[in-house]
Design a protein around this ligand. Structure first.
Ligand code: UGA
Length: 453
């Protein structure tokens, strides 16, 4: 397993759990120490237990020695980051680096399995890079390349890996496909120890480029579903309808399904924006304008301005106003701040001259340069606030004592950016509730007047 970042560590631990021998290559010494100790260098539910169990069973080890890892393996997973470059395309430099580092150690047949999200066609590119870097024409015969995209969500990655909706394997030669199917057999038939899921997992066996495309198409569709819900929420706000009931109503149609239709501040995290942007820029490069995906990105971006518009509508002038943010991570269950809507909102209101305080159950520090006061709990964050904004739907916020929150505040506005609170409960505590496309009991008239104004 080359790369012990988020995906690589989860996949290593899970493959060891289902009975394989895994050796992870990691060049960062601090990370290596932790991993060798059976601990993940980041927070992910249930991962430490699997790492420790793999270590104790002698099936999972970590090294910085590429030669040793290549010598002992047949299947080589590549799990490195492919962040966005300034032009929107995926940055392949980490993949280039690891492929060049591994190539000279190819001495027997290896199948390189790419797990990173890479531009379509990267499989073929990877073979050429390895062949060139090996400096030995015989290596061509020893190297095969496959794609096995991941669909892991942060916070539920272990269970997503062990009980997936499907496994996708792409390769242009049947032998690689067979090897990887065999590797996944315990997952495909759910026969590994402790599996609680009945029934086999669907398998998609295809060619390299199609597998790479499936990954992008999955993320693009999920992102589009969220932006669709957000666009419908805008309609609901204009018309006085309720988005929660609308999405429940359409989600019951099995062709649509209820998941990924939560309207709010839109998506954050390291994947959706990066991948959709990469598709848009690649399409443009090939002479096609991906209009649906452009709109998907634009709508998501707009949702982050929506909250600022609402604050301006209520408070008129944000200079010196105190805004409390509840939640900083891009979603609950993680401490990940990458592309988090909360940080964007903080940056925008600070530019308007507001003072920002925040509370998050797990995030206790912010990037340098963002002047946000981190409070010890939600009530301390709300102290003296003119408005409170719920930016992440941590379950803890649903059970807040809203009367206590109200008495800590100076103002009365609570903007529920994730539509996770009950307008009735919040309103009963003397707060003015605002959500995204939600009908608030008793407020239809006020909203209509606001819109006319
Ligand atoms: C996402 C995909 O769900 C994974 O399948 C994929 O493997 C991963 O990207 C990746 O490409 O690495 P992740 O970013 O961990 O996983 O998180 P999600 O649970 O998908 O949530 C993404 C964002 O969408 C969050 O900010 C969440 O708050 C937001 N979201 C989600 C909504 O705004 N509305 C929804 O209905 C659902």
């Amino acid at each position: 397993m080359i790369g012990s970042g988020y995906v690589g560590t989860v996949v290593s631990a899970c493959l060891a759990h289902i009975g394989h021998n895994v050796i992870g290559v990691e060049s960062d010494n601090a990370k290596l120490e932790l991993l060798r100790d059976g601990r993940a260098p980041f927070y992910e539910r249930n991962l430490d237990q699997l790492l420790e169990a793999g270590r104790q069973a002698g099936r999972l080890g970590f090294t910085s020695d590429m030669a040793l890892a290549m010598d002992e393996s047949d299947l080589v997973f590549i799990c490195v980051g492919t962040p966005s470059r300034p032009d929107g395309k995926a940055d392949m430099s980490a993949m280039l680096e690891v492929a060049q580092a591994a190539a000279p150690h190819v001495k027997h047949p290896h199948t390189f399995i790419n797990k990173s999200t890479v531009p379509i066609g990267s499989g073929r590119w990877l073979s050429s890079v390895i062949e060139d870097a090996a400096g030995d024409p015989r290596v061509t015969k020893l190297v095969r390349v496959a794609s096995n995209p991941e669909f892991l969500r942060e916070g539920t990655a272990v269970s997503d890996y062990l009980h997936p909706d499907r496994v996708v394997i792409g390769a242009d030669d049947p032998a690689s496909l067979d090897d990887i199917v065999e590797l996944y057999q315990p997952v495909l038939d759910q026969s590994f120890p402790g599996s609680d899921q009945r029934g086999p997992v669907p398998l998609v066996k295809t060619d390299l480029m199609t597998a790479e495309m499936i990954k992008y198409a999955a993320n693009a569709f999920l992102a589009t579903k969220i932006s669709f819900a957000n666009e419908m929420a805008r309609f609901c706000d204009l018309m006085g309808a309720d988005i929660q009931t609308v999405t429940a109503g359409i989600g019951l149609d099995q062709r649509i399904g209820p998941r990924f239709l939560n309207a709010g501040l839109g998506w954050g995290g390291s994947c959706f924006t990066k991948d959709v942007l990469a598709m848009v820029t690649t399409a443009a490069e090939y002479g096609y304008q991906a209009r649906l995906l452009e709109a998907t990105l634009a709508i998501n971006n707009d949702q982050r301005h929506l909250v600022v518009e609402r604050l301006l509508r209520h408070l008129k002038n944000l200079r010196g106003a105190r805004i409390a943010l509840l939640g900083l991570s891009y979603k609950p269950g993680t401490d990940d701040l990458r592309d988090s809507p909360a940080l964007d909102i903080a940056t925008q209101v600070i530019e308007y001259g507001a003072f920002v305080s925040a509370y998050d159950p797990v995030v206790k520090a912010l990037p340098a340069g963002l002047p946000v006061r981190i409070a010890s709990d939600a009530y301390a964050a709300a102290e003296g606030a003119d408005a409170v904004v719920v930016a992440t739907e941590w379950p803890q916020f649903i059970d807040l004592d809203f009367a206590r929150l109200r008495s800590a505040m100076k103002g009365e506005l609570l903007f529920d950016g994730r539509n996770c609170l009950s307008p009735t409960i919040v309103g009963a505590a003397g707060l003015v509730y605002e959500g995204v496309g939600r009908r608030v009991p008793g407020s239809a008239r006020r909203l209509a007047i606001d819109l006319r104004a």
